[in-house]
Design a protein around this ligand. Structure first.
Ligand code: ADP
Length: 367
């Protein structure tokens, strides 16, 4: 293929791709903008060219969550990120975006490619699905509670004596009913957090003390697998505005996973850093790691990796969905850095002050 025909083919691909695509230069200014990008954003190509991409997309990821900068930093494609953009005519639109950065030898951004598609229909379907599951789960609560009540009566002998085998069988049923009740509770709680119905009790907290208490609580569990569990705190930490109960749940879920999925004799570290945007709590393990194609899904409710090298580990697939929902309700975010065979690092990035849904800033405005 001659260089000119390759160029012609590239032009054709960019123009006709049934996906929005634009290319930016080292200053994040748009140098290519295809027809689908025009359609989704409402920006004519001519006007978009030369503008900073943050002006054109005005997306929820622009700024410190810019996936292009992230891709430049870690050398990987940021795949399938959910974002909301503001279109030229002023509408909000959900998109799913992938970004890849081309960097020079010094690691500086040379060019960036952004590919995205309209996610309005998908988001609507997802919301309907969640709503349906939530309604269904809610309806399950009552029959499960009634079955549990009768079971307790049988086990207490109130309906007549039981032999040993009958007792054993009924105890197994009780265990499973409790498990089912746990699933129902967790799922309903996630649905409540995601829909904004969970009121966070946000107040200034000593993050160091909270983490020390949580880590102490995991010593026995870690000890059973001979896992070294450490906590690294900076010399001083400013107070953070968080809901201590919910944040306890977040960190506990992450430490629990780190221990659960790691092999015996490994190390789990909880490391806290003060960054400009706020404190970051990192939970780092030496477990099986998580493949890039799984990383986008593990935060979805009920998603579990079928085979991640840790053997069979019991779980519900709801833990990380709760972690993400709670952290985002605080105005923070969760980031994962992991590679198969290299362990995993889950980072909880908290805002400096309570900028979440129920944070002090919102309360101020509501006064
Ligand atoms: P659960 O642990 O109950 O399955 P989670 O939502 O907490 O549910 O996690 C989802 C999936 O992500 C897990 O099934 C597991 O495959 C994977 N995962 C979570 N944490 C880790 C970790 N630290 N190391 C490896 N895999 C993990």
């Amino acid at each position: 293929m001659t260089p000119t025909s390759r160029e012609k083919i590239c032009d054709l691909v960019i123009r006709e791709l049934p996906m929005a695509l634009f290319i930016v230069d080292d200053r994040l200014r748009i140098i290519e903008f295809n027809a689908t990008a025009e359609e989704i954003t409402g920006w004519p190509r001519k006007e978009a060219l030369g503008r900073p991409c943050a002006d054109v997309l005005a997306s929820s990821l622009c700024g410190d969550r810019c996936p292009l900068r992230e891709s430049a930093e870690n050398g990987r494609t940021c795949r399938e990120r959910d974002a909301v953009i503001h279109t030229r005519p002023g509408q909000k639109k959900a998109i799913i975006l992938s970004s890849v950065a081309l960097v020079d030898k010094a690691g500086r951004l040379e060019y960036g490619i952004e590919l995205f598609r309209d996610a309005t229909a998908i988001k609507k379907l997802e919301a309907q699905k969640k709503n349906l599951i939530s309604l269904f789960t809610h309806d399950l609560k009552v029959p499960v509670a009634i079955a549990g009540g009768f079971l307790e009566r049988l086990l207490s002998g109130k309906a007549g004596p039981l032999n040993e085998k009958q007792t054993r069988y009924l105890e197994s049923i009780r265990r499973e009913i409790r498990r089912l009740e746990g699933y129902i509770r967790s799922f309903l709680e996630i649905a409540r957090i995601e829909s904004g119905r969970l009121e966070l009790q946000v107040e200034p907290q000593d993050l160091g003390r909270l983490l020390r208490e949580i880590v102490e609580g995991f010593r026995v569990q870690a000890g059973k697998k001979r896992i070294r569990l450490s906590l690294d705190l900076p010399p001083s930490l400013s107070p953070v505005a968080i809901d201590p109960l919910q944040m306890n749940r977040v960190i506990s879920n992450l430490i629990d996973n780190a221990i659960k999925y790691s092999a015996e004799g490994t190390t789990v570290q909880v490391i806290v850093r003060e960054e400009a945007a706020g404190p970051v709590v990192e939970i780092r393990d030496q477990g099986p790691g998580i493949a890039p194609e799984e990383q986008e899904h593990i935060f979805d409710s009920f998603y579990r990796i079928p085979e991640n090298g840790a053997g069979h580990v019991a779980g519900t697939g709801l833990g990380l969905a709760a972690v993400k929902a709670i952290v985002e309700a605080h105005g923070g975010r969760v980031r994962l850095r992991s590679e198969p065979g290299q362990g995993s690092s889950f980072m909880v990035m908290l805002p400096r002050t309570g900028q979440g849904r129920n944070g002090p800033e919102k309360k101020e405005k509501e006064k």
